[in-house]
Design a protein. Sequence first.
Length: 395
Amino acid sequence: MKRINHISKVLLVFFTLFQLQAVAQKSGTFEIGTSHTIQSKVLNEARTYFLELPESYETSSKEYPILVLLDGEVTYHSHSGILKQMVQGGQIPEMIIIAITNVDRVRDFTPTNYLTNLNGSSAVENQKTSGGSAAFLKFIEEELVPEVEANYRSNSFKMLVGISHGGLLVGSSYLSKASSFNGFVSMDPSFWWDDQYVVKQISSTDLEQIKNKRIYVSTADKFENFDRIPGVFKANINAHELFNTTLKNKGIAPTNIELEYFKEENHWTVALMSLYHGMQFIYKGLRMKNMSGSSIEEIEAYYKTNYNGAFLPPENDINTIGYEHLRKENYEKALVFFTLNTTNYPGSANAFDSLGEVYMLKGDIENAMQHYKKSLALDSANENAKEMIRKLELE
């Protein structure tokens, strides 16, 4: 587990960008995402959600991971900004965001009907509807996500993100055998709920089913603003620690679970940094380590077995390895890597251009011409392909 006691740079980046956007949008409106409504048979009510597609969605044929964000009416704009900045920085892939707005968050996010506050006082009024998270998760799994998957290009990697009671729901989903999610960010979650119900849930969980899933849990350690219930939040921190250690003691790999402390943050200020660090943790294995020293078989096996097989080896990385072999005149090895890119990225003009180059250097004029022409067909402005075709026609 990690302890953080400094102000994350991400806040400075986020608020700087926010101010710049505000200046740029003075003369007009600035909107992200679209609002949708779905009639839920499971919940017997209409539910609203915001949907945001990746910037490249309309210009590519790629499939994208899905991120479901809870408390959407509060978290969507700020969290979308953080995610977009991380995408631009190459830290995470582009994704489809589904931000669900609330009707009754106590009902939807809690696993049991529990009428006691964290400090032991009665919560008969504000928690009387609690205990409906199983139904809410069923709504997400069987109605909401399938609706988005049916209408938009998505891959098999899905994430669930929530804070407080929403983080409790994230923990319950992680341990549920019915969950189709692969990555989880649980931000300062209410794991104290019902005498640490979610921690007890571990004993009945099929650990084989969750061993390849990734979960990040954050803890806010500063509670000076909660004078009316001093000290009681230590019980929640204890629950976070117990959740983390119990899973690790039962064999969940440290690479797949992390508990992070934010010593200078409270329950309200921890969200943005938790999202940033949580997404880094979930996607830290997206780029294979020592890829340049690995065989094509090892690379393909890595991407088939990680992240539910949802991501392909990055085109640029494979292209770079191909050119490393090409510089050493290892033409056959270069051919294997460049061919892999044309298979994985059939719409990439650069992939076919590179494959044309290795065939040309091998002296295979026919295949070189074929692949340069394919590259030019995909990108009519590819001057290199035009020049190579002219040269090959003279041979």
